[in-house]
Design a protein around this ligand. Structure first.
Ligand code: GAP
Length: 459
């Protein structure tokens, strides 16, 4: 089944039923577009992050990790341009008192990009062409720009409060620490600094489940390079990012690359490629790779007392490095992985099953151990503990028929089910079943780990 034919509501219900994602603050009526991650959701997220860290930090010997704070000195956002430029064009319909992104209305109706239009042109077009919208007649206001940064304050005494902001991207925390990290780690250009962390944007129109939320997590790498090598590095990270997505098991038909046109580029970017994914609600940006040039380091150099720069001993010159930035949202990537792996399979004329065909390395549980009868629970739990001790995330399920337990594990993506039965005590063997093929094999208990390592098809 293609992603566009999948039913988003069915997926959302599935994720709630099986403990992946819950409506946040549900007992108080919820908080719009806010979602909490359940026990299986957090296992999946941890596996996604582990893979990003491995690909972008551990396996890239020139890259290092970092963790900066959500709340930074406000001057960071003045220097970076976020206070002036990080705003969306907002238009209000006075009849239903709802606010919308003007660019989204235009793009939804015309299926064309709005980036070449000025606010006046966009407003004129909407006023002339959109007489009904969102099940309401319309009477549009003029377009206003709405800054997406959440405001907050620090300190207990009201008068001493400073205006502070929750970060809208993790990147700036890295830029302002460029000198610290480079010197402490004695890094030579080119090198990257990456981090995983929460970002906040007061989005005008959040929605599509966890696709666009106001609180989300980003995985960002800032790769600093020589100014004359920026294009090579950019190409390298576009290709690497695409392979990272495919290695997570996402089908290649579900993604496409889109190069930003000049008038669409963010205020800091010379070039940007988006990796888009086909969601049930249409194609959307999954990951962006931007050539940020020396914009950010220069901006901080202009406004701060300390100069962020690199001394190249070979050329005996001081350089302001260029930055290539692959950036992806954890929540959005999780949604893409879930949508892509979610399928309903007809087993025979009467029976069907839901499976999350997750790549082995992402499965919340790689294995579930099932005692045939409750009397075998102790032996089964020993196998579970043994596998968990060997870093193979394993679960245990003793309730219901074996058939029902298999279905439950298929539905949460568990790659292997191991059944401990009456013969197991005698022959020291168990039956192992593959999630996708449903084929079963009898193997010795002391060979389970070898078997799993050999037969789990991970990319
Ligand atoms: N530092 C560059 C930057 O933040 P971006 O394109 O605004 O660039 C990067 O965001 C990625 O973060 C996006 O590709 C998307 O995966 C994720 N993202 C952005 N806004 C989001 C939101 N409101 N909800 C969930 N994910 C979001």
């Amino acid at each position: 089944m293609k992603n566009k034919d999948k039913d988003m509501n069915e997926i959302i219900n599935h994720l709630k039923t099986f403990g992946f994602v819950f409506q946040s603050s549900e007992i108080y009526g919820g908080l719009s577009n806010t979602w909490d991650y359940g026990p299986l959701g957090i296992l999946l997220i941890n596996n996604i992050k582990k893979n990003w860290w491995k690909k972008f930090i551990t396996l890239e010997s020139k890259n290092v990790g970092f963790d900066s704070k959500v709340i930074l000195n406000s001057k960071v956002w003045q220097s970076s341009g976020h206070l002036q430029n990080f705003a969306d064009p907002l238009i209000e319909n006075k009849i239903n008192n709802k606010r919308y992104r003007a660019d989204h209305i235009y793009e939804e109706i015309t299926k064309q990009n709005s980036s070449s239009l000025t606010d006046q042109e966009l407003e004129k077009w909407i006023k002339e062409n959109v007489k009904e919208y969102d099940n309401s007649k319309t009477d549009w206001t003029e377009i206003k720009h709405f800054n997406l940064m959440f405001k907050t304050a620090q300190g207990v005494v009201e008068q001493t409060k400073n205006q502070l902001y929750l970060r809208p991207e993790t990147a700036q925390g890295i830029f302002i620490n460029f000198n610290n990290v480079q010197r402490a780690m004695r890094l030579k250009l080119p090198f990257g600094i990456g981090q995983i962390g929460k970002s906040f944007r007061n989005e005008v129109t959040p929605g599509n489940f966890i696709f666009r939320t106001r609180e989300f997590e980003q995985m960002e790498l800032e790769y600093f390079t020589f100014p004359n090598d920026d294009e090579n590095a950019y190409k390298y990270y576009v290709e690497k990012s695409k392979n990272f997505i495919l290695d997570l098991g996402i089908n290649k038909e579900s993604i496409r690359l889109r190069i930003h046109s000049e008038d669409e580029l963010a205020h800091y970017a010379k070039a940007t490629t988006d990796i888009e994914f086909e969601f049930p609600f249409g194609w959307g940006e999954l990951m962006g790779i931007a050539n940020r040039t020396d914009f950010d380091l220069k901006a901080h150099n202009k406004f701060s007392d300390i100069e962020l720069k690199y001394f190249d001993q070979e050329s005996n010159q001081t350089i302001i490095p260029y930055v290539i930035e692959p950036s992806v949202g954890v929540d959005r990537l999780m949604l893409a992985i879930i949508v892509d792996s979610f399928c309903i399979e007809q087993i025979d004329q009467k029976d069907s099953r839901i499976i999350m065909k997750l790549d082995y390395k992402l499965c919340p549980y790689k294995v579930c151990v099932l005692p045939l009868v409750k009397a075998q629970s102790l032996q089964s739990k020993k196998i579970m503990e043994y596998l968990n001790e060997n870093d193979i995330e394993t679960n245990f399920d003793e309730s219901g028929s074996i058939g029902k337990r298999y279905r439950r594990q298929d539905a949460i993506g568990t790659f292997w089910c191991i059944t401990y039965d009456y013969d197991s005590d005698i022959d020291n063997s168990v039956t192992i079943r593959n999630r996708d093929t449903m084929k079963q094999e009898r193997i010795k208990i002391d060979q389970i780990i070898d078997y799993i390592n050999k037969n789990s098809n991970t990319k």
